[in-house]
Design a protein around this ligand. Structure first.
Ligand code: 4NP
Length: 151
């Protein structure tokens, strides 16, 4: 059993999308029981808010189920101990995660697109409103992550 925490700034767009996509890919691969998958924010900006409607819409368009009742929460220092992998969407997320957890002594903190072989952030849809590009990045990152965890 591997536990994975996806993390972004607000926990209403990128990380809930990654949580839903990864859960869906694991289920399709018959490996749903191999993973615990969750998401969190590095800020308190959106605490208590549900997934952002355009993010939910792109998931629905692509046939990805998502949790309609979950709400945004901030990552805690305990989450660092609780999860095997803490996966951020951009460099700022990684820095904030390390600040919350007091470093990364167990090398659990990684950036999603690194798994897809590109050291760059997931396209941030917050300002561009381009949820499709963000979704495609997240899909390729999660596919590569699942592959990585299968080898
Ligand atoms: P997320 O998107 O980090 O992908 O959930 C954002 C959500 C909220 C804000 C920025 C990005 N904000 O500035 O409140």
């Amino acid at each position: 059993m591997k536990s994975i925490l996806f993390v972004c700034l607000g926990n209403i767009c990128r990380s809930p999308m990654a949580e839903a996509v990864m859960r869906h890919l694991a289920k399709k691969a018959g490996r749903a029981d191999d993973f615990t998958i969750a998401s969190a924010a590095v800020s308190e900006e959106e605490w208590g808010n549900p997934i952002y409607p355009p993010a939910a819409r792109i998931l629905r368009t692509n046939g990805i189920p998502y949790d309609t009742v979950r709400t945004a929460r901030k990552m805690s220092a305990e989450d660092y101990d609780r999860y095997d992998l803490i996966i951020g969407m951009d460099e700022a997320n990684l820095q904030a995660i390390r600040r919350i957890s007091g470093g990364d002594p167990e090398n659990k903190v990684h950036m999603l697109m690194d798994y897809a072989g590109c050291h760059r952030p997931v396209a941030d849809p917050w300002y561009t409103r381009d949820f499709e590009t963000a979704y495609n990045d997240i899909l390729s990152g999660c596919r590569a992550l699942l592959e990585h965890l299968s080898s």
